[in-house]
Ligand binder design. Structure first.
Ligand SMILES: Cc1cc2nc3c(=O)[nH]c(=O)nc-3n(C[C@H](O)[C@H](O)[C@H](O)COP(=O)(O)OP(=O)(O)OC[C@H]3O[C@@H](n4cnc5c(N)ncnc54)[C@H](O)[C@@H]3O)c2cc1C
Length: 500
């Protein structure tokens, strides 16, 4: 059989599952995607309520080229297909508005000179140190991206050896030991700036005091490559990927959970659906976009699981309050962070009790600041999140208390009592995330990166136990977050092309 005519099944319609389906279909494979929920998107879904629109999961959009690459890939491989117009987004003039309870605040302008000048004015900080810090992040990102993000870490045959040369030529400048916090502290010193740069550990649900200093590459995504806003909001990404997939002929079936992956003699045979346990839907290729934990525990319960990988500490989860606010707040922008006074104590509390304690760091996202149709006139749609442990049992009963501490924190920091301004409200918890997306324990980003070896302990993108089985999504290499999920789909499908 021609490799490209091998039938492929994708389990899960998260951003990585959709991207994998697009790439395989563009290469000529007949592709069916099964999504357990009633709509695709996984964590990247939306909900509309009383005139407000809320993105339910991700809110920060970086590295848009990875989506544009899918448009280009589809067009190049299928010039005849009826495809949607290319993905559209705006580039923003700033990333985040930061606030501290001591009255300090800072706008992180996209223009680096403006950002450095604003930091100098707010904190009297050393401009050269901040510039050098951002520049080092860029150089490290560029030296390591190919090895750690853009190709498999587990397939030596496929490894581009020039990528290793790039890492090796910069290795003497990489902080291979110590925590991200120690790295920031040593180089920046000014406490507000240290906290600001420590925050990047939370980009993949980790603790800056335990996460390796190598995570200093993350700020480059925001400060170097910029922050953006998709047309239609974050859910616009899902909508675009779905139209691209459908335009290529992917058969997307929602509300159809896969029960197990069928296999024989070390090869996948297809999948068994919950709705018809008697038959196997045949396929030569199966890609799981489901969290790797339920993939093994539920869909592959008849083969030995990679226990060391499944036992890894999970990334943090979140409690998210979606509030329709009936007033406007000019001091806030699209992304806003209200920092805790003691970041270390906050993470210790999350680790010990699964909750951030009495003084949480609060993230407020307001998409109506950029897309005014997301809230009624004169109102704003607030997505308010705190980090919690991926521990549904402990967190669920504490949600009313967390809500109270969040309201108090907003009042202390911004001087506004938000509670009487809430016109509409619903909440997402770790349990809700697990129920709605199958993410084990409601973790936002799969396993945490709280150890130096974390990057090497993510599950690989190709199964060595079953021929024809592949993995993509936030719980496998290279990790969580939209850009890395899109890269996981690219890596998995490139492996399919070279192994089938
Ligand atoms: C609250 C929150 C905030 C976040 N903030 C950001 C952010 O600002 N920026 C960012 O880049 N990232 C952010 N992330 C992370 C980002 O959302 C994820 O890393 C990414 O969306 C995960 O995509 P995925 O492809 O792994 O699939 P998921 O979104 O996890 O979807 C997997 C899909 O597979 C389906 N599935 C599972 N099992 C089966 C089965 N047996 N049969 C059929 N279907 C199945 C599920 O129903 C689900 O739809 C955030 C996440 C959350 C929850």
């Amino acid at each position: 059989m021609e490799a490209s005519s091998q039938k492929a099944i994708v389990i899960g319609g998260g951003v990585a599952g959709l991207a994998a389906a697009i790439r395989l279909s563009a290469k000529g494979h007949p592709v069916t995607l099964y999504e357990a929920a009633n709509a695709p998107g996984g964590k990247l879904r939306e909900r509309k309520e009383n005139g407000y629109r809320f993105d339910l999961g991700p809110s920060l959009f970086t590295w848009p080229k990875l989506i544009q690459d899918l448009d280009v890939f589809a067009r190049e491989n299928c010039p005849e297909a009826s495809l949607p117009s290319p993905f559209q987004y705006k580039t923003l003039d700033r990333s985040t508005h930061y606030f501290w309870e001591d009255g300090k605040s800072l706008v992180a302008w996209s223009d680096q000179n403006a950002f450095v000048a604003a930091a100098q004015k707010a904190f009297g900080s050393n401009a050269e140190a901040l510039e050098a810090h951002i520049e080092h992040s860029r150089k490290s990102f560029e030296a390591t991206r190919q090895i750690f993000l853009e190709q498999s870490l587990h397939e030596w045959r496929e490894t581009d050896k020039s990528a290793w040369r790039a890492v090796l030529s910069f290795v003497h400048r990489l902080p291979l030991f110590g925590s991200l916090h120690r790295w920031n502290q040593k180089r920046l010193r000014e406490p507000h700036l240290v906290q600001l740069f420590d925050r990047y550990a939370t980009y993949n649900g980790s603790d800056p005091h335990r996460a390796p200093a190598m995570m200093h590459v993350i700020p480059h995504l925001e400060h170097g490559m910029g922050t953006h806003f998709p047309l239609g909001g974050m859910h616009g990404i899902t909508q675009h990927l779905v139209s691209l997939a459908e335009g290529l002929g992917v058969d997307i079936k929602c509300g159809v959970p896969v029960e197990r992956i069928a296999h024989e003699d070390g090869k996948v045979k297809g999948v068994v659906l919950e709705s018809n346990r008697d038959d196997i839907v045949p396929a030569e290729i199966v890609i799981s976009n489901s969290d790797v934990y339920p993939t093994y525990r539920k869909m592959l319960a008849d083969i030995p699981a990679p226990e060391k990988i499944l036992r890894q500490e999970r990334s943090t989860s979140g409690v998210i309050f979606y509030w329709g606010i009936k007033t406007e707040h000019p001091e806030l922008h699209l992304h806003n962070i209200l920092f805790s006074k003691d970041y270390r104590a906050e993470f210790e509390s999350i680790s010990a009790t699964s909750t951030p304690g009495a003084d949480p760091t609060v993230y407020i996202n307001i998409s109506s600041k950029v897309q005014s149709s997301d809230a009624p006139t004169g109102c704003e749609n607030w997505f308010v999140m705190v980090n919690v442990g991926a521990n549904p049992d402990e967190v669920e009963s504490l949600v009313p208390e967390i809500r109270k501490t969040v309201l108090e924190k907003i009042k202390r920091t911004l001087g506004t009592d938000i509670e009487p301004l809430i016109a509409t409200e619903f909440t997402l918890t770790p349990q809700g995330l697990q129920d709605q997306t199958s993410s084990w324990r409601g973790a936002l980003y799969g396993a945490s990166s709280n150890s130096t070896m974390a990057a090497f302990l993510r599950h690989r993108n190709r199964s060595t136990a079953l021929r024809g089985l592949y993995f993509c999504g936030g719980s496998v290499h290279p990790g969580g977050g939209i850009p890395l999920c899109l890269l996981s789909a690219r890596i998995a499908t490139e492996l399919i092309e070279s192994h089938s």
